[in-house]
Every structure is written in structure tokens, then in C-alpha cells.
Design a protein around this ligand. Structure first.
Ligand code: NAP
Length: 241
């Protein structure tokens, strides 16, 4: 009998993260629902279980080192290893975010969650991921973080946002650095863009469903051992950095 795959999805209580958890759970995986709000986390776990997913709650605030350490301990106690980490939790920060008038605290908050949070969670989970036969890390980025697209006239890159968009550029750069350090390991780490999905993040203005947004993360979470690493993908293929 093959061992059940163990995954952790951060920010999985709603939106795209919830759908990633549902999609990975549908593969028969055991899925940790990382979420900071207890009520929302337990509601998501209950809903996933009703849908047949082997879901378990993981209290997790990606900006809080003690919380992240405790989350790693919870997974170590439960499973002894982690096969797939999806760093999905993210915030836009308050708007507007015009560069010339922004409150720097808004920029700092976006970086703290969208970048430092990913590094914090990844490094806490790495000892567990190293025990997996085929570890995968997926960082939920955005095409708004692509400097190539941001500087391409006519490309769709959303509103000017000096906190959110550069935080995803930073996350992309961080993803590349991890891939370089981990090149000689079996860990594959990639960035994903879900497209513009209707979630709380954008006041449900997105044109895709959260389920559609989850698809690319699920694909990168299930890459074969000879799959890519250090790249950036959406449903259509590679996204330029
Ligand atoms: N929606 C889009 O169109 C779109 C496009 C490109 C990229 N993305 C990216 O996709 C990811 C998911 O976004 P979404 O659209 O699903 O947004 P969402 O519905 O607002 O969900 C964001 C999730 O992140 C969690 N989160 C935020 N800060 C956290 C923290 N400090 N610790 C733990 N969890 C935290 C939220 O928890 P709470 O419920 O507790 O706040 C929530 O579960 C984000 O990284 C986002 O940047 C989204």
C-alpha cells in the first residue's frame, strides 16, 4: 500500500486556498488546513470532511514565528513528514497604494505576509519536507508581480499597487533563490498565478472562480520528479518573470 500524501495549504479557510485543499483532498491526500482564525478554520475543515476530504486543522498565522513553529510541530506529530507545502496565504494591504502617497506600513504589512511569511513557513516545514520522497513547494504569486508584464505596454497588470504587486515580485525572486539552493535536492519549488478570481481579496470582482484559480497550484503540487523548478506558471503555461 502506498503511503498517503500529506499536504499543508496556508490560508485555506476560504477563497483559492480552500479550493486547493479541496482539490488535493480529492486526490486522496491528507490536507492540513492552515488558518489563523479558529472558527473559520474549523468550519472549513468540517466542510471539507463532508466532501470526503481527509482534512485536519492547522492553527497558523504566517506572520507569527511561534504559530509557525507550532504548526510544524503539529504536522511532525501527526505525520512525521510533509510532502507538499502550498504557500497560499496572502493579503493585498489597504488601498489605494499609489507610490507617492502610500503609508509605508501598508508596504511593510504586504511584505511581512506575502514574502517573509512564505520564508518563515517554508523554513519551518523544510525538515519535514526533506523526509518526503517527492517534496513540492508552491508559492501563490500573481502575474502583477511580473516585471516583464508590468513594463509591457497594454499588458493587463491591475491597478497601480506599490505594496501588493512588488510583494509578489519579491516572492518570485525568493522562489528563484530557493530553487537555486535546493537544485541538488528532490524538492521542486515554483510560483503560481491563479488568474483574476472572485474572492474576498478583490471584493469578489474577479472573473474566474476560486476553483479555477486553484488548478495551477494543484498541478504544481503534483509535478512528476523530473518536473520544473524555479519557474512561474499559470494555466496557459510559463509566466515571464
Ligand atoms: N484572487 C485573485 O484574483 C488572486 C490573483 C492573483 C494571486 N492571488 C493570490 O492567491 C492567494 C489566495 O488569495 P485569495 O484570492 O483566495 O484571497 P482570500 O480569499 O482573501 O484568502 C486569503 C487567505 O489568506 C489568509 N491569510 C492572510 N493573512 C494570513 C496570515 N497572516 N496568516 C495565515 N493566513 C493568512 C486569509 O485568512 P483570513 O480569512 O484569516 O484573513 C485567507 O485564508 C493570495 O496569495 C493572493 O495574493 C489571488
Amino acid at each position: 500500500m502506498t503511503e498517503q500524501t500529506i499536504a499543508l495549504v496556508t490560508g485555506a479557510n476560504k477563497g483559492i486556498g480552500y479550493e486547493i485543499a479541496a482539490g488535493l483532498g480529492a486526490l486522496g491526500w491528507s490536507v492540513g488546513v492552515g488558518a489563523r482564525n479558529e472558527e473559520h478554520r474549523e468550519a472549513a475543515v468540517a466542510k471539507l470532511r463532508v466532501a470526503g476530504v481527509d482534512a485536519f486543522g492547522v492553527p497558523l498565522d504566517v506572520t507569527d514565528g511561534a504559530s509557525v513553529t507550532a504548526a510544524a510541530e503539529l504536522i511532525a506529530d501527526r505525520a512525521g513528514r510533509l510532502d507538499v507545502l502550498v504557500n497560499n496565504a496572502g493579503i493585498t494591504g489597504s488601498v489605494p497604494q499609489m507610490p507617492t502617497t502610500v503609508d509605508v506600513a501598508t508596504v511593510r504589512a504586504a511584505v511581512e505576509t506575502n514574502v517573509i511569511g512564505v520564508i518563515r513557513v517554508t523554513n519551518a516545514m523544510l525538515p519535514l519536507l526533506r523526509r518526503s520522497a517527492s517534496p513540492r513547494i508552491v508559492n501563490m504569486s500573481s502575474s502583477v508581480g511580473s516585471l516583464t508584464l508590468q513594463t509591457t505596454p497594454g499588458a493587463e497588470t491591475g491597478p497601480i499597487a506599490v505594496a501588493y504587486a512588488p510583494s509578489k515580485t519579491f516572492l518570485n525572486a525568493v522562489t528563484v533563490q530557493y530553487a537555486k539552493e535546493l537544485r541538488d535536492t528532490n524538492i521542486l519549488i515554483n510560483a503560481a498565478c491563479p488568474g483574476f478570481c472572485a474572492t474576498d481579496l478583490n471584493g469578489f470582482r474577479g472573473v474566474r472562480t476560486p476553483q479555477q484559480g486553484a488548478a495551477i497550484a494543484i498541478r504544481l503540487a503534483t509535478l512528476p520528479d523530473d518536473g520544473p523548478t524555479g519557474s512561474f506558471f499559470d494555466d496557459a503555461g510559463e509566466v515571464p518573470w
